[in-house]
Design a protein. Structure first.
Length: 123
């Protein structure tokens, strides 16, 4: 049941990104797949044991990646509505979303460092 729920959840996220963001959604899904592949590859190379907290961390990573993409794409849409060219809108969209994305990642990193310093056992 757990694997099935993960597959259904991932499929729903992929479909949402495709329907809502079209071409940008394709690129976001490719980036999401690469993110997951690299994450699993690095864990495998390090010989890391995958536990429940580790799975939660992977889900958090994927969720943050989707969130960053949504922020960027929504900013790009706003800029396009304001009459910018696609190239200008992409630049401005990334520029406007950057601070929010960095803040979210720094906050998550700080919590991860705290949990790592007081945690015990495999992740």
């Amino acid at each position: 049941r757990g694997l099935l729920s993960v597959q259904i959840g991932l499929l729903l996220v992929v479909l949402f990104m495709l329907v809502r963001y079209k071409v940008f959604g394709v690129f976001a899904n490719i980036a999401l797949a690469l993110n997951l592949t690299l994450l699993v590859a690095v864990m495998s190379m390090l010989g890391a044991t995958l536990t429940l907290p580790g799975i939660a961390g992977i889900v958090l990573t994927l969720g943050m990646a989707v969130d960053a993409n949504v922020l960027i794409f929504e900013r790009i849409r706003e800029e396009l509505r304001n009459g910018m060219s696609i190239q200008q809108a992409i630049y401005a969209g990334y520029e406007r979303a950057f601070t929010s994305i960095v803040d979210a990642n720094i906050t998550t990193l700080l919590v991860a460092v705290i949990l790592f310093s007081i945690g015990t056992g495999p992740v």
